[in-house]
Design a protein around this ligand. Structure first.
Ligand code: SAH
Length: 236
């Protein structure tokens, strides 16, 4: 946790903030903070700054908060990700938040197991929890938007054109025609397939919508590795 994120309900009427639970434990056990020490704080979807630890009570820590710094800029990316298995989803949500992705669309695809859509990890509170952990890691405050799209064809044909307008569109596909570009540093819509890969129909549908199939070389990466490798190559 490189930044402690405050929720609106952490603020007391006098402007101080009270932390308990997971964050209190982290401040005491990992950061080993004592009253009088200043820690980095931020407000979810708001500014970042400092918190002076005033008092340690048995079940909460009280901070004087001063937030005046904007969070780092977002990556101008919409990531279309075939819904990964629940365990991997948790890690990917954190990674996506840590890297500053603007929007994540979790998309159905032929090789996504149907049961993944029933996972409790897809509840909005569960998603938010992982995103917050990722933001705390990356020192950011802005939650990525997360959309769930359970039907590939209507999404790609009807909704995607509006989302991808004005951005370069890439689909990461082993054996894609060209190598993934480097340092694009411009608005992107980037599609990443499921563990079993996109089927040819899905790649063709994306190509029809203006996506370029690109590869990352001969090695097949795990989805979570592909997310990091692609974003760090595309935004430098
Ligand atoms: N068995 C699948 C591999 C899927 S890997 C196949 O052979 O197609 C899961 C996803 O990660 C892929 O759909 C792709 O989006 C991305 N990915 C992994 N390695 C890649 C590579 N070398 N080049 C491009 N995309 C890759």
């Amino acid at each position: 946790m490189n930044l402690i994120l405050l929720e609106p309900e952490d603020f007391l009427p006098d402007g101080r903030a009270a932390l308990s639970g997971r964050r209190m434990k982290h401040v005491l056990e990992v950061q080993q903070a004592e009253p009088g020490q200043t820690l980095r704080l931020g407000q979810v979807n708001g500014l970042m700054g400092e918190g002076l630890l005033l008092v340690r009570e048995p079940d909460r820590l009280l901070f004087e908060v001063s937030l005046n710094m904007p969070p780092p800029p977002r990556l101008p990316v919409t990531l279309l990700l075939a819904l990964p298995r629940p365990k991997m989803l948790k890690r990917i949500l954190q990674t996506v938040a840590t890297l500053g992705v603007q929007r994540l669309v979790l998309l159905n695809s032929y090789r996504v197991e149907k049961s993944f859509w029933d996972s409790p990890f897809l509840r909005s509170e569960a998603i938010r929890e992982e995103l917050v952990l990722g933001l705390e890691q990356g020192r950011d405050t802005v939650l990525p938007e997360v959309w769930l799209e359970k039907r590939f064809k209507p999404f790609v044909e009807d909704r995607l054109p509006g989302i991808s307008a004005g951005s370069r569109c890439l689909v990461a596909h082993p054996g894609g025609e060209s190598a993934c570009p480097v340092a694009v540093n411009a608005p992107l819509t980037l599609a990443i397939g499921p563990e079993g890969g996109f089927i040819p129909y899905e790649v063709d549908s994306l190509v029809c919508q203006g996506f370029e199939p690109v590869h990352l070389g001969p090695r097949i990466l795990r989805v979570e590795t592909a997310v990091t490798a692609l974003l760090s190559r595309l935004f430098v």
